[in-house]
Design a protein around this ligand. Structure first.
Ligand code: SAM
Length: 300
């Protein structure tokens, strides 16, 4: 499983850069354009929030758990509607930032949350975190299904029968390669190289194989209420992210500069920088090596 060390390594070092690019409560997951690419990124993220609020039946007084809350964009929406939101993250930087901004966020692995920790909830969401729940090692050792099944068992114990869970995640798509073909030594534009770069960007993380693998493991506890693909919307989201990450801000550019020696001397950091420049996840969506789903589940 991707543990705290790996997840923290992905998100905490970019904490300041992220907030300077996207604001204190920026979303770091695919937006919902529904094909209308005239929308601004912020409008498409708001559309996603509205959809989740509606699907989860969140109203004043509801209690919601956000599993993998990032910088708290959805928790903020929950708060603005007079509901109570609790967020979980494995990034110390994100948790500190959320708390500073008045959100209740804990550094806690959401795969093993029990009602004894934060009580019961009316609804659950997990937006762009499921990608980190299993590792390549889990896949090799045949444990990926077990990781997901355990997670769903824990999640189901937190909400009543009929309670809903919104889950948004990337998955491997129809053009995914066998693992042994993935290599940083492959030609630079090949699928094999692009995937290798993505693994460097998200160490310790391995995606589910299609929505089928997710639903199969959720099934004893949840039924599917709605499913939509966010693949094309994610491509546009990443296009907009790139503009914002590069948009000039003196403080941000000084941070980029200060990181330069590290990028030149540390090969992991070098590949992370390269991944930021190339956006392997955008290419994987374009080539259908990866898909992306929004799933609305209901506890049976
Ligand atoms: C791509 S960010 C998405 C953040 C946020 N949901 C959003 O839409 O902006 C992934 C988040 O998942 C969290 N995460 C990953 N694995 C986790 C785990 N096992 N337990 C808790 N949080 C986790 C990370 O710490 C990070 O906050």
């Amino acid at each position: 499983m991707a543990g705290k060390k790996e997840v923290d390594y992905i998100y905490s070092p970019i904490d300041k850069i992220f907030r300077l690019s996207f604001g204190e409560h920026g979303d770091f997951s695919g937006a919902m354009y529904d094909g209308d690419f005239t929308l601004k990124l912020e409008e498409a993220q708001q559309r996603k929030h509205n959809y989740i609020i509606q699907q989860l039946h969140i109203r004043e007084g509801s209690k919601v758990l956000d599993m993998g809350c990032g910088w708290g964009p959805f928790l903020k929406q929950v708060q603005q509607r007079g509901a109570t939101g609790i967020g979980l993250t494995l990034s110390e930087g994100q948790a500190a930032s959320c708390r500073k901004n008045g959100l209740e966020v804990h550094v806690q692995d959401c795969r093993n949350v029990t009602p004894a920790m934060f009580g019961n909830f009316d609804a659950l969401c997990s937006i762009g975190a499921f990608e980190h729940f299993a590792s390549a090692t889990d896949y090799f050792e045949g444990k990926q299904d077990r990781v997901y099944a355990d997670f769903f068992e824990h999640a189901a114990a937190l909400i009543p029968k009929g309670g809903r869970f919104f889950l948004q995640t990337m998955v491997f798509g129809k053009n995914m390669l066998p693992y042994d073909q993935i290599s940083l030594r492959a030609p630079k534009d090949s699928d094999a190289y692009i995937l290798a770069l993505m693994i460097k960007q998200f160490p310790g993380s391995w995606l589910p194989y299609g929505a089928e693998q997710i639903l199969r493991n959720a099934e004893p506890h949840f039924k599917l209420v709605a499913q939509s693909s966010g693949r094309l919307d994610y491509i546009e989201t990443i296009r907009q992210w790139r503009k914002k990450f590069y948009a000039f801000n003196i403080e941000k550019y000084l941070i980029y500069l200060s990181l330069l020696p590290k990028y030149l001397t540390d090969s992991d950091m070098y590949y992370r920088a390269k991944a930021l420049a190339v956006s392997p996840n955008k290419i994987c969506f374009e080539r259908e090596i990866m898909e992306h789903y929004r799933l609305v589940l209901e506890k049976v």
